[in-house]
Every structure is written in structure tokens, then in C-alpha cells.
Design a protein around this ligand. Sequence first.
Ligand code: HEC
Length: 172
Amino acid sequence: MRASWVVMAMVSAAALATAADPPAQALRGQAVFFDEAAGVQCGNCHALKGKGTAVGPDLSRLARLSPGAIVMAIRASRTEYVQTVKLKAGGEFPGMPAAKDDTSVSFYDLSAKPPALRKFDPKEVSSAKENSTWKHPPSTAKLTAEQLADVIAYLKFASYGDTKGVNPADTQ
Ligand code: HEC
């Protein structure tokens, strides 16, 4: 009897920990992440907790890094995945590789807002190579230190339930 009580108490404590309400800072960050008003709409290209569109990399992988390291990743001017996709029929676009099999190859076209998924016969693509001109939108958006701290607080809360918050001074 007593043992099952302990187990129940542990289960409900765990349930409480995961069901915690987002702190005010994470809520502000969520608004920057998804709302058009903030001008960047990270959620057009990144998904967190099933919200948003996973065009770019999964951000929860970086969530445990220090705020300064996350800001460096957000502001990075070199791209690691985005390619310049050239089509045999003419034309090119900055493309984030999406899916590939024997009969098709897909990219998110980052010149569209929000990015558009485009699927091709591999024969239609003349090349897909490193892109050095595409700019990650928040690298040029004028996000304040407070907004960056809020976004990172949301990223940490949504990824692993962190409620400590982020000091804007740590984003510089
Ligand atoms: C138009 C689409 C788009 C928007 C908007 C966007 N991102 Fe990205 N993001 C990407 C793409 C694509 C990459 C991968 C770039 C590359 O090739 O390295 C990326 C990379 C990142 C990375 C580095 C990830 C890694 O694994 O190295 C972080 C962090 C990030 N974005 C955060 C954000 C945040 C925060 C916002 C909003 C303030 C945002 N992004 C808005 C498309 C976008």
C-alpha cells in the first residue's frame, strides 16, 4: 500500500513538472517565434513541439547550449545545409534539401515566403551545390537582446522544460 503511494506521488510530480505553464519570458519568445508582428517568424522554417514547419534543422538539438552559443548559431553567416539549386530548364533558387529517392528529389525553396516544397525528377536538376549568398533571416532582422533572450528561453522551455529564463546580457 505504502509503496504504491510513493509511486503515485512520484508520477504526479513528474506530470506536474512536464505540464508546467510556460514562464512569461518563454511566452514572449513563443510570440517572436511564431507571430508575423515580430518580423522573423522562425516557425515558418523551424518546428518546436509539433508547431511550425520543419524546413530548417531541428533546434531542440542545440537547446542545451549556452545562450551565447545559440545566438552564434542564429547569426551564423555561413550556411551548412542550404544549397544553390540550378534547374536544367533555367533558373535557380536557394534550396534546403528535404527528401530524396531514386525517382525524385525535393527542396524547400527559400526564396518563397513561407518556403515552398518543390519536387523534381532528378534529371531536371543540373546542380545542387554549396550556397554562399543565402542569408538566414534573423541574421539581418533587428532583434533586440531582449527578443533574442526571449526566443532562447522559449527554445529551452519547449525543448526540455527549462524554466530558468535567459538574461539578455548573456546573448551579447
Ligand atoms: C526562411 C526560413 C527560416 C527562418 C524564418 C528562420 N530560420 Fe533558422 N534556419 C533556417 C535554415 C534553412 C537553417 C540551416 C542553415 C544552414 O544551411 O546552415 C537554419 C538554421 C538555424 C540555426 C542553426 C541550427 C544548426 O543546427 O546549426 C538556428 C539556431 C536557427 N536557425 C534559429 C532560428 C531562429 C531562432 C529563428 C527566428 C528568430 C529562425 N531560425 C528563423 C531557416 C530559417
